[in-house]
Ligand binder design. Structure first.
Ligand SMILES: *Cc1c(COP(=O)(O)O)cnc(C)c1O
Length: 434
């Protein structure tokens, strides 16, 4: 299958090139040329299938032409070494828990899939050279990517992060791994890290010596696999007799997650409509209300993985619906919440139901509470484990929460990092010397 750019000014590329390049040459985002409708029989029996079985079927629809079917099945099964259970929170409101992966956030699905697909392509066409993945992180992306690529042969990952500016829990998730993961601790802020990575991709000398690529969240291999768990969420609700009039609510930042849901819808998934829940970064919500898209600088909030002022995947949503605001607004509704509303929601939900929300999932839950209509069943995506925000969550709900064992393991590990100035010349010297 070919992948086109949302800017439509460059030729289509193969899946391999879309995965290795990440972004199209005209700076558009790659989209699959076809979105296959899955047969009715698949949906009739879907409640008897596991997440992994469902995911294999969905993955075939996208990648079946380009990846050998045995290899693809293995990539999917290795990616999904954990489940995504649906849990009832209260009458008519269910949580799709996406935090059971190694770094306790939904980004594990896309990052693990991308690592394995990239490995498949380099094993096929290379002479044993190593691919170097550079990624800048303000916290969560680095841990999902580092853990997704951990131990994958032929790939070395460099995570650049701002010294002293990520939480200790986040830091230990990418500095304690060793093996093919190197953490680079930059004496600067997140923007410096991003600038260093961009400069590295543009440097001819560096690129002639090393094969460099990015593991950015807009990569099709990170984005499309997120469709898997929408199908599984539906299957689990259907098994509970709640398969009709489902409204799916997605806590959104860069809008990759909800776009994967919209793709699932185009594949025939019987979902009635979507809700995009925002924090104070309400650019998309404003677009729904007015039809005007006005990017802004992001503001820092309590649900920080959603602090995005110009969501990249907006281009994909426009592309899916030919830019028609009325179509988009009829399918997706939204709302935006302040930090105090998020905190109050976490507290109330815990007191009423005993369910502990993380700040991102809290936006999803609250939007459902406000926008769900009579007769509908609401499913919100719980995108991170509350233990990732332990101090804040404990303070709000007034009760200690348990830290999952896999997070405790990270915290026991020994931090290893390479200290780096924010000068590109220093990073270049370092990379040239490896
Ligand atoms: C990345 C992230 C989001 C936002 O997802 P997008 O695909 O960028 O919209 C929401 N919650 C958590 C916990 C995240 O890490």
């Amino acid at each position: 299958m070919k992948y086109y750019s949302t800017n439509h000014t460059v030729p289509e590329v193969t899946l391999r090139d879309a995965v290795v390049k990440g972004l199209a040459a005209d700076r558009g985002l790659f989209m699959p040329e076809r979105i296959e409708k899955l047969p009715k029989e698949f949906f009739e029996n879907i409640d008897e299938l596991s997440l992994q079985e469902i995911a294999v079927r969905v993955a075939e629809a996208f990648f079946g032409e380009d990846v050998d079917s045995k290899a693809l099945e293995k990539i999917v099964r290795d990616t999904l070494s954990f489940d995504t259970p649906v849990v009832e929170v209260e009458n008519n409101i269910y949580s799709l828990e996406l935090f059971h992966g190694p770094t306790l956030a939904f980004k594990d699905v896309g990052a693990r899939f991308m690592a394995r697909l990239l490995q498949y392509f380099i094993n096929k066409d290379s002479d044993g050279t190593t691919v170097n993945v550079l990624v800048a992180t303000s916290g969560d992306t680095g841990s999902a990517v580092a853990n997704g690529f951990l131990g994958v042969d032929g790939i070395h990952v460099y995570v650049l992060y701002p010294k002293g500016k990520v939480s200790p829990i986040q830091e230990c998730q990418f500095t304690t791994l060793g093996k093919n993961i190197t953490a680079i601790e930059v004496d600067g802020n997140f923007d410096d890290c991003q600038r260093l990575v961009k400069s590295a991709f543009l440097d001819d000398e560096l690129n002639s010596k090393l094969l460099l690529t990015s593991a950015n969240s807009i990569n099709v291999a990170r984005f499309l696999p997120q469709a898997f768990y929408y199908f599984s969420g539906y299957a689990q609700l259907k098994a509970k007799g709640r398969g009709a009039d489902i409204v799916v609510c997605v806590p959104s930042g860069n809008f990759g997650n909800i776009t994967a849901g919209l793709i699932a819808l185009k594949m025939g998934l019987p979902i009635k409509r979507f809700i995009a829940a925002n924090n104070a970064n309400d650019i998309f919500y404003k677009y729904l209300l007015t039809g005007e898209y006005t990017p802004k600088a992001s503001v820092q909030t309590f649900a920080n993985a959603m602090d995005v002022g110009d969501p990249s995947n907006f281009a994909r949503i426009l592309d899916l619906y030919a830019g028609k605001h009325e179509v988009i607004a009829s399918l997706i509704s939204g709302n935006a919440f302040s930090d105090s509303e998020i905190a109050e929601t976490m507290k109330k939900c815990y007191e009423k139901t005993g369910y502990v929300l993380d700040p991102h999932g809290a936006c999803g839950y609250l939007a459902l509470k406000q926008l769900l209509k009579e007769g509908e069943t609401g499913l919100f995506l719980e995108t991170a484990h509350p233990a990732k925000f332990r101090d804040a969550v404990t303070e709000i709900i007034g009760c200690e929460i348990e830290i999952p064992r896999r997070l405790q393991e990270f915290m026991k590990g020994k931090k290893q990092s390479v200290e780096m100035s924010a000068n590109f010349a220093d990073l270049k010297n370092y990379l040239m010397s490896i």
